[in-house]
Design a protein around this ligand. Structure first.
Ligand code: C2E
Ligand code: MG
Ligand code: MG
Length: 902
């Protein structure tokens, strides 16, 4: 079953071109999903990083500030230490200068103050030098000033000069300290780091302030107590400095660390502090006192003030140390925080990136797989491997849909391929398509395939009908020619012969006429069935139409095998066929044509087989004839004769001879009739017997021309013969070919010649062969009936060689049976004799005349007479004679010589 012509189906929409936007998915030149996802995930990371960076930068600034503060603290510490040390040197130095000015011996000082100013000065100077040596800050100017002050002291300058020079040194150092303090304040500005750093710095500043103020207060006190006069500005100074010093100490108390607090406590609870405070308060509230008036008391105050100064410096030192330590601690904390912060930022950034990558990967991987799949599907590659459903819910939904879609498309692809191949029963149609879409596609597919199946069934039926005969179901002429053509091409390849058997049923028309067309159709069906049943597999039986069948046999060994097959066909068809209780006896004539090597064409082979059938029929039917070289010669002869015949008639090459038929009743033989027998004097061939051209020309319409010529001349001759005495009652037998007998004009042909020659119709006998009756009995009988009505008589020639059944003889419009010469020749054989006897008996029963043909011997004549057949024709009595010989032998008088006309 082949797939029906594509043009019969609506065209499918053309597949989109590769460049079509809806076609293949291309990711080239576009930002990938992964990159976008990473970008989205990285945005907060970048924000976080900026924030963390800023925070880190701020931390770094804090750390830098702390470091800066520490640096200034260091420098400040050095300046303070130097100042403290110089203060330590100034006290014994100014003491020495003062006592020298007032001529007080140093031992007095030692006695009053408890220390030797000379040794004290030496020790203090050594300490100061040491401090200068180890200083890292630039104190060259202070050192220079110190050297000037020392020289002045050593030159025993006045107290004020020495004091002023030392004041310059401390002023210089104070200036440096103030710078460092300002810088410290600057670095503390906006410092929001560790609270303890700020506190310790505040404490340090306060301690410094307190020291300064107390130093100032000491000088103020000496100024107040200087010369016992009211010194109001000095008292105001003293009150202010003292109050500020105490306030600064309070600030230290609220901000300092434990060590500084311990020093503060020591200062505050010291006897020196109490004495100093008492002295200051007394000089602020009471009348002015001159310290020279009470040396002992003054010394005591001086000592107390010295001690407080020492304790103040101790406090400042502690505050500086502590501030330095706390600042260092703060810096370390800041740095640690910075490190931590950097670490946190790095870890955060790193983990954010990692998480972003993982999330992007999780989402983008299945989407990428989807995109690849979609691209492949778009390009028409269906691998049928479903994608793993993973990733977010939306992605798995799309994945499932794409998997289903691919499965549907792939199955659809296979189904349409199967449809295209016409394989409508392919397993792929049983596959269940997934999802709702699958169901609807499947339904469409089923509708499509069933509509194709219907069309195909219809086409198959039509094709079968177009190539098969409706009545028998056998291949028709067209199909047979096709089958023959393919058999020939196979034969050509294999070098094997192909035989074509052309069957023409004998007696079918008669069965049809007798029993009707319905039975006739059944007979044809039965014949088809029988032929089919007895053929070898691979042989093809077909019906060409009417009662003609063809069998194509491939791979036959040769002519004999083909003839055997033909004989089998004849045998099966000749078996009686019983339909609805009616027995039909038919036979078959078979023409066999063989192509030995597949070089011929189907139409050649059929034509040859057809010609061979004709020969089989001509040779008596019920037999198989091979189309061979002789047959070919016959064909050639036919065409030669066909061409020559018109000229033969025209050129007067034909003539008739007359063979007498005698009645041998009672031992005498009296002439009853003559049979007109044609002769042809063909130039270059001599006289030709009708046996050599009549049977051949029976296949051609020329035979009718001959029949007319014979009728015309024979009847003219009869008229002439009848003018002779002794021949007046002569009867003439005229042979008419089957073809002529079937021709529509045959009755007119006979009538016109009878009338033209004015011969009595009852003196004319028309001889026909049994074959004439076989072909179409209805027409033949009708024509015979009309002739008999005119008065003519009908003879069956060569009786016994054909198929006329005894049953039919009774209903045929005939008058004479002419027993064929072959029976006469073998009349001495008991069997033949019985047959002849039977024929004679039947003729007698049916009231028919009997004539024996070909009687050559006395024995034959005797035997026939004994059987009751007295009318003889044969060489024993006379050969065919010319009219003149006939007249000479049997006539008595001639009135005028006969002439043959055209
Ligand atoms: P047929 O009609 O049966 O004619 C008798 C044939 O037997 C004649 O052969 C005749 O010469 C031959 N014959 C007669 N007696 C003897 C005998 O004792 N021994 C032998 N061996 N043969 C004998 P012929 O003339 O050669 O004709 C042969 C056949 O040609 C005829 O057979 C007839 O069928 C056909 N024929 C002859 N003339 C005509 C004609 O004008 N028209 C048609 N349609 N057929 C004709
Ligand atoms: Mg005859
Ligand atoms: Mg005969």
């Amino acid at each position: 079953v082949s797939f029906p012509d594509n043009s019969a189906y609506p065209a499918y929409p053309a597949p989109p071109a590769a460049s079509h936007p809806g076609g293949a998915v291309s990711t080239r030149g576009k930002t990938g999903l992964w990159a976008r996802l990473v970008a989205i995930a990285l945005l907060p990371v970048i924000g976080l990083s900026i924030w963390a960076g800023t925070a880190t930068l701020s931390l770094r600034r804090q750390s830098n500030r702390a470091a800066n503060a520490l640096n200034h603290m260091d420098r400040l510490g050095q300046f303070l230490e130097l100042r403290s040390a110089i203060e330590g040197e100034r006290v014994p130095t100014s003491t020495i200068t003062t006592i020298a000015q007032y001529n007080v011996p140093p031992s007095m000082v030692t006695l009053l103050l408890g220390f030797n100013p000379i040794t004290e000065q030496a020790t203090a100077r050594a300490s100061v030098d040491k401090d200068f040596a180890k200083a890292t800050v630039d104190v060259s100017d202070a050192h220079e000033l110190l050297m000037l002050a020392r020289r002045s002291a050593d030159q025993s300058d006045v107290r004020e000069t020495v004091f002023a020079k030392f004041q310059k040194v401390t002023d210089d150092l104070r200036k440096h300290s103030a710078e460092e303090l300002a810088a410290l304040r600057m670095s503390m500005y906006g410092f929001d780091g560790d609270r303890s750093v700020t506190n310790s710095l505040v404490a340090l500043l306060a301690a410094y302030d307190s020291t300064e103020r107390f130093g100032g207060a000491t000088l103020d006190l000496f100024n107040v107590m200087g010369n016992g006069e009211e010194n109001r500005p000095a008292r105001v100074e003293l009150a202010s400095d003292y109050a500020l010093a105490i306030s600064a100490l309070n600030t230290v108390a609220t901000n300092a660390g434990p060590e500084t607090l311990a020093a503060l406590h020591e200062l505050r609870s010291s006897q020196a502090m109490k004495d100093s405070s008492t002295a200051i308060e007394k000089s602020l509230s009471g009348p002015p006192v001159a310290f020279v008036s009470d040396l002992k008391g003054t010394a005591k105050i001086f000592k107390a003030l010295l001690k407080v100064g020492q304790l103040e410096h101790q406090l400042l030192g502690k505050a500086a140390t502590e501030a330095r330590r706390v600042a260092a601690q703060g810096q370390r904390t800041s740095e640690n925080r910075l490190k931590q912060s950097v670490l946190i930022v790095v870890v955060l950034a790193f983990s954010s990136i990692l998480i972003a990558l993982v999330i992007a990967q999780l989402i983008s991987r299945p989407l990428k797989a989807l995109a690849r799949k979609a691209e492949r599907i778009g390009q028409g590659h269906l691998d049928g491997i479903p994608l793993h459903e993973k990733g977010p819910h939306e992605v798995t939904t799309v994945t499932r849909a794409v998997n289903e879609l691919e499965s549907i498309i792939s199955t659809l692809d296979k189904q349409t391929s199967a449809l295209a191949l016409g394989d409508l029963d392919a397993d792929v149609f049983d596959q269940v398509l997934p999802g709702r879409l699958g169901e609807s596609v499947q339904a469409t597919m089923e509708r499509l395939s069933s509509s194709i199946r219907n069309r195909e069934d219809l086409q198959t039926r039509l094709r079968f009908q177009a190539s098969h005969d409706a009545l028998t179901g056998l291949p028709n002429r067209k199909a047979i020619i096709e089958a023959l053509e393919s058999a020939l091409s196979r034969a050509h390849r294999r070098g094997e012969p192909v035989a074509t058997l052309f069957l023409d049923l004998d007696g079918f028309k008669r069965a049809n006429d007798v029993h009707g067309h319905r039975i006739g159709d059944e007979v044809l069906r039965e014949c088809a069935k029988r032929l089919n049943a007895q053929m070898r597999s691979g042989d093809i039986v077909g019906r060409l139409g009417g009662d003609e069948f063809v069998v194509v046999c491939e791979g036959v060994a040769g002519a004999s095998e083909a003839l055997l097959a033909a004989q089998r066909c004849i045998d099966v068809v000749s078996e009686p066929i019983v339909i609805e209780g009616k027995v039909c006896l038919i036979g078959a004539s078979v023409g066999v044509a063989i192509d030995l090597d597949g070089n011929g064409t189907a139409s050649d082979l059929l034509r040859d087989a057809d010609l061979a059938v004709y020969r089989a029929k001509a040779r008596g039917r019920g037999r198989a004839e091979l189309f061979d070289e002789f047959a070919r010669e016959e064909i050639d002869r036919l065409s030669d004769l066909e061409q020559a015949m018109p000229r033969a008639i025209e050129n007067n090459e034909l003539h008739l001879m007359y063979q007498p038929i005698f009645d041998t009743h009672d031992g005498k033989h009296s002439l009853v009739s003559v049979e007109a027998l044609i002769r042809w004097n063909r130039p270059g061939h001599g006289e030709i017997s009708p046996v050599d051209f009549i049977p051949i020309l029976e296949g051609s319409p020329r035979i009718i021309d001959i029949g007319r010529w014979v009728l015309k001349n024979a009847l003219k001759q009869l008229a002439y013969l009848r003018e002779h005495e002794g021949l007046v009652d002569l009867t003439m037998s005229i042979n008419l070919a089957a073809r002529h007998m079937m021709a529509p004009g045959v009755v007119d042909d006979v009538r016109s010649e009878i009338e033209a020659n004015n011969v009595p119709a009852n003196r004319v006998v028309i001889e026909i062969t049994e074959t004439t009756l076989l072909d179409d009995m209805t027409i033949a009988c009708e024509h015979l009936r009309l002739l008999r009505e005119m008065g003519l008589r009908i003879a069956i020639d060569d009786f016994g060689t054909g198929f006329t059944s005894i049953n039919q003889l009774g209903i045929l419009p005939i008058d004479v049976l002419k027993i064929d010469g072959s029976f006469v020749r073998r009349i001495h054989e008991p069997m033949q004799r019985s047959i002849a006897q039977m024929m004679i008996g039947i003729a007698a029963t049916l009231g028919l005349d009997v004539v024996a043909e070909g009687v050559e011997t006395d024995a034959e004549a005797q035997a026939l007479s004994t059987l009751g057949c007295s009318r003889h024709q044969g060489y024993k009595y006379a050969r065919p004679l010319s009219p003149q010989s006939l007249i000479d032998r049997h006539g008595y008088g001639v009135r005028h010589a006969p002439t043959q006309s055209h």
